[in-house]
Design a protein around this ligand. Structure first.
Ligand code: CO
Length: 510
């Protein structure tokens, strides 16, 4: 009996050895064949945030999202982007939804998938710098309500404006074991933005304690071979994972991803096909198919992706029919590459000129934009710097004299209130626009006087509406819009609609 057992063991051992050898042989053969080790590329799905922000002005309501969440959770995405950017503002302002409630519902549905958000550095999700206590509270509540990864960026790439949000995320990660910080560099072109610049930034980001880094190409300016160069440089400069985010606006995005993946990028941002292309991201299914059978194979199942696409297709049709999705945003806008101006900025410019009956000045303004950008230190063009530079360029052309008039925001930019630019600003312009004024070299929160805690005073201003701690943060970011929403919510709960209240007779329709 004992002998038989020993014999069996020996046979089994021999079998295992043989199998192991076979698999090693196979691996060696495969390695020789491909010359590259398997390195599956991760996919972040953007349909619940950037894709609908780019194509339908952020108007996708939670009720459209929820029925497909269970299926999306089976895909095995690197992450799903679902919050931040304009979603917060649009939920409160147009959809009359509590964005925190949306996040909690998504968290309930996504049991296996990381949820990601976009965060405007010291501006959080708003338009002005906040004190550190508000930044901290916002990060804490975002993670508590379901966010896993916070992508943090600054419109000037002034990394001092990112530190508070990164520190907050790291602190909560230590306490709760959840929460990752990703720093996004706003990609742009210009003399200052050399490969050395990006490499240096990548090192600083790693030193700051970020878990990963992202190249955020909001305008679709990153062309394929430049992407390969940039990714290679970043991968050589840092050990943290590198993610790439771009838009299809200029028509090169999927080629850019192909070259970036070959150069070693770890994760790419894609949108399911009915909400891809145009001003949105490359299509998820297309990128998955592109890398199938290569060392970069994502491993994602096209059958599940097809179910998701089938779900969103009728909604896309609905959006086109209602005019919410304009065919204008679906094509290729080559001007974005030729003038290095983001697509959204071009359409803003056209409507501003129309209002002034000055559409014939389009070309002049287009040529003035790079000059204004140079004068103010060559910043990336992303919210809010894109609006500031664009509007000032229009002023310069329409007034017939450069900087005869300047917007308040342009003055603030020159004052240093948004932080420091990569290149120095034009001294002559500074002397003309803000003569004799003191300029700040501090980070944005200090430069604008938000250097002391402000959460308590914000809470005092809105306490009559507070139903949850998160309401204070909604109010902090959008005081007017949030207050309108709170009134609407109160009315819904009491079945009294204040907006149709008969104030004259002090009567409410019930
Ligand atoms: Co984007």
């Amino acid at each position: 009996m004992a002998k038989k057992e020993t014999k069996n063991e020996a046979v089994n051992e021999a079998k295992v050895e043989k199998a192991e050898k076979k698999s090693t042989d196979k691996k060696v053969a495969k390695k020789a064949e491909n010359k590259i080790e398997a390195k599956p590329v991760g996919i972040m799905e953007t349909v619940l945030r950037d894709a609908h922000q780019s194509l339908i002005a952020t108007r996708m309501p939670t009720e459209v999202m929820l029925p497909i969440v269970e299926t999306m959770d089976k895909v095995g995405y690197h992450a799903v982007e679902c919050w931040g950017g304009a979603t917060f503002d649009a939920s409160l302002r147009f959809l009359k939804e509590d964005p925190w409630e949306r996040l909690r519902k998504l968290r309930d549905g996504f049991k296996n998938t990381k949820l990601q958000m976009l965060f405007r550095g010291q501006n959080i999700l708003g338009y002005r710098p906040y004190a550190d206590d508000v930044v901290y509270a916002f990060v804490e509540k975002s993670i508590a309500n379901g966010i896993d990864v916070i992508r943090i960026f600054d419109c000037l790439n002034d990394i001092r404006n990112l530190q508070a949000a990164v520190d907050a995320t790291n602190k909560i990660k230590k306490q709760e074991g959840r929460g990752e910080s990703q720093i996004a560099l706003s990609y742009t072109l210009g003399d200052a933005y050399t490969l050395e610049y990006w490499a240096d930034m990548a090192k600083k980001i790693e030193e700051m304690g970020a878990d990963s880094l992202c190249i955020k190409d909001m305008a679709g300016l990153l062309v394929p071979y430049k992407a390969a160069e940039l990714v290679k440089t970043l991968k050589e400069s840092t050990k943290i994972p590198v993610q790439l985010h771009t838009h299809y606006t200029s028509g090169v995005a999927s080629m850019t991803y192909l070259k970036a993946v070959e150069a070693g990028v770890d994760v790419i941002d894609c949108a399911i096909s009915p909400f891809a292309l145009g001003t949105s991201q490359p299509a998820t299914e297309v990128m998955v198919e592109t890398f199938k059978g290569t060392p970069y194979d994502t491993g994602l199942d096209q059958k599940i992706l097809a179910q998701i696409a089938d779900y969103f297709r009728p909604y896309r049709e609905e959006c086109i029919e209602s005019g919410l999705m304009s065919t204008k945003v679906l094509g290729v806008n080559i001007k974005t590459l030729l003038y290095q101006v983001p697509g959204g900025m071009l359409s803003n410019m056209v409507s501003q000129l129309k209002e002034q009956n000055a559409e014939d000045k389009y070309q002049d303004v287009l040529e003035e934009i790079p000059r204004v950008r140079k004068d103010c230190g060559e910043p990336p063009l992303v919210t809010p710097s894109s609006q500031i530079v664009g509007t000032q360029a229009i002023f310069n052309v329409l007034m017939g004299e450069r900087y005869k008039m300047a917007t308040g925001e342009f003055k603030d930019l020159l004052r240093g209130n948004y932080g420091q630019t990569v290149k120095p600003m034009n001294e002559e312009v500074i002397q003309k626009v803000i003569p004799g004024e003191k300029r700040s070299t501090a980070r944005s929160a200090e430069a604008t006087g938000h250097d002391k805690p402000e959460l308590e005073s914000l809470e005092a201003e809105m306490k009559q509406y507070k139903q949850q701690d998160e309401d204070v943060l909604s109010y902090a970011l959008f005081p007017q819009v949030a207050t309108d929403y709170f009134k609407y919510r109160d009315a819904q709960q009491t079945k009294v609609d204040v907006s149709v209240a008969d104030t004259k007779n002090n009567a409410y329709p019930v």
